[in-house]
Ligand binder design. Structure first.
Ligand SMILES: Cc1cc2nc3c(=O)[nH]c(=O)nc-3n(C[C@H](O)[C@H](O)[C@H](O)COP(=O)(O)OP(=O)(O)OC[C@H]3O[C@@H](n4cnc5c(N)ncnc54)[C@H](O)[C@@H]3O)c2cc1C
Length: 401
């Protein structure tokens, strides 16, 4: 087994790391003070620079202007970008736009690609994804209340969505709505593109999130649809395929999140070690001399390395065997890495003491925003149950044979 990184990939990773280190990390203290909205002009200038350097949309096929990276290689890039809260936005591979780009490439008509995909890839607009609803469990995505009823050449959409990341300021939403309530559960809903200036759709609230409201891409919106009429040609993919397309979107998406979280772990680990050797608890007695801290360093290193190998193996399985073969791996990494990240962040914050919960380092921001990683794209419990069921089924098959 060869663990070495190919030279071309390593060169790309070095360039990305340099960009993150030189261009983005110096912006963090202002970002932490001012937030996304006030920083937008600066972030967009950095975006333009990343694009000029040919580093933008790394996960997108070359024919669409991206770098055409495999899931594995994009995972490695994602870990570099994850070291800072603004990395993915600046490289235009942030959720939910990255997933929306992928499904538009796969299922979009020529008209949909011209109108929505092209400006999204160029970073001229943003989008959001509306699946989760306040009145229905997001953990059971085949049960939802939003409907899209055919009327003439249109769909008329009614319902409510929430937690639509980046809805504030998005140019369009991809919305899951029930188009055939009588179909089998997994074929009831479809994905429909709704331009956000369509009459009848509003961002009715920004959901307050761990003590903050956020804005723009760094916020989560509630969408209300009241007799919102869009042409039937805005259907994305076949009617009734909404759930299947969502599953396809979430597979690589979970790898991207997990590798971004590995990036957060690595940053937190670096910050923890740098501070541990610097901070004196008594003259000539740095924190690093204390066994508690040494234990946290060793445990964190082991847990990050284990998590990283699991994610890279899942990405390799998708690239070489296919997404179906990676279903167990994806469920297992989703809850493993989210929890590893929270433990590593918690230890790093503890090493920093009061400074750790201040906004003078990115640790508190990571801790606050990334707790949700144990909930979105499938809560821990749901992934544990589905992986365990599939594993146990194989034992039943063997015992029956
Ligand atoms: C920061 C953030 C960003 C998000 N972005 C988006 C987005 O862009 N678009 C979008 O559509 N949605 C988004 N979501 C929504 C997210 O996908 C849902 O929150 C998630 O699917 C869980 O659904 P729920 O909140 O309705 O919780 P529920 O489904 O009500 O579940 C509540 C809890 O019950 C437990 N649970 C659920 N099912 C089971 C089970 N079978 N067995 C045991 N325990 C169970 C879990 O612990 C779960 O946390 C986002 C959420 C957050 C927090």
């Amino acid at each position: 087994m060869d663990f070495s990184i190919p030279q071309a990939t390593q060169e790309l990773l070095d360039r990305v790391r340099e960009f993150v280190q030189d261009e983005l990390i110096p912006l963090e203290s202002v970002y932490l003070q001012k937030g996304f909205g006030q920083m937008l002009p600066v972030l967009d200038a950095k975006r333009a620079k990343a694009r000029e350097l040919g580093l933008s949309i790394p996960q997108i096929p070359k024919e669409y202007g991206g770098l055409g990276l495999s899931v594995l290689d994009h995972g490695l890039v994602s870990a570099e970008l994850g070291r800072t809260p603004i990395g993915h936005y600046v490289f235009n591979c942030q959720a939910p736009d990255a997933g929306n780009m992928e499904i538009l490439i796969q299922y979009g008509t020529d008209e949909q690609k011209d109108k929505y995909l092209k400006p999204l890839l160029a970073g001229e607009i943003r989008s959001c994804f509306g699946m989760t609803e306040p009145e229905h469990p997001g953990s059971n995505p085949v049960w939802m209340g939003t409907t899209a009823v055919k009327d003439g050449d249109d769909y008329v959409i009614n319902g409510r969505k929430w937690w639509a990341t980046g809805a504030d300021g998005a140019a369009f939403a991809i919305v899951m709505a029930v188009t055939d309530p009588n179909a089998p559960a997994h074929f009831r809903a479809s994905q429909i593109i709704v331009p956000m200036d369509t009459p009848g759709v509003t961002v009715s609230a920004i959901t307050p999130f761990m003590g903050h409201r956020g804005e723009g891409w760094a916020s989560h919106g509630e969408l209300t649809f009241e007799n919102c009429r869009v042409p039937q040609r805005n259907l994305l993919g076949p009617e009734g395929a909404g759930f299947l397309i969502a599953q396809e979107r979430l597979g690589p998406g979970r790898i991207h999140h997990c590798m971004r979280w590995i990036g957060i772990c690595e940053r937190a680990f670096d910050l923890m070690c740098e501070y541990a050797v610097k901070r004196q608890v008594a003259p000539d007695r740095p924190l690093a001399s204390r066994q508690f801290v040494q234990g946290w360093v060793a445990e964190s290193r082991a847990e990050i390395d284990a998590a990283r190998l699991m994610v890279l193996h899942a990405a390799w399985t998708i690239d070489h065997v296919g997404p179906k073969a990676a279903r167990d791996n994806i469920s297992l990494i989703k809850f493993t890495v989210a929890n590893t990240m929270m433990r590593v962040l918690d230890r790093a914050i503890q090493v920093y003491g009061g400074l750790g919960v201040s906004d003078y380092t990115p640790l508190a921001l990571f801790f606050r925003t990334e707790r949700a990683g144990r909930i979105y794209d499938g809560a821990d419990e749901v992934h544990k149950i589905s992986a365990a069921r599939r594993i146990l089924r194989r034992y039943e098959d063997v015992s029956r044979a």
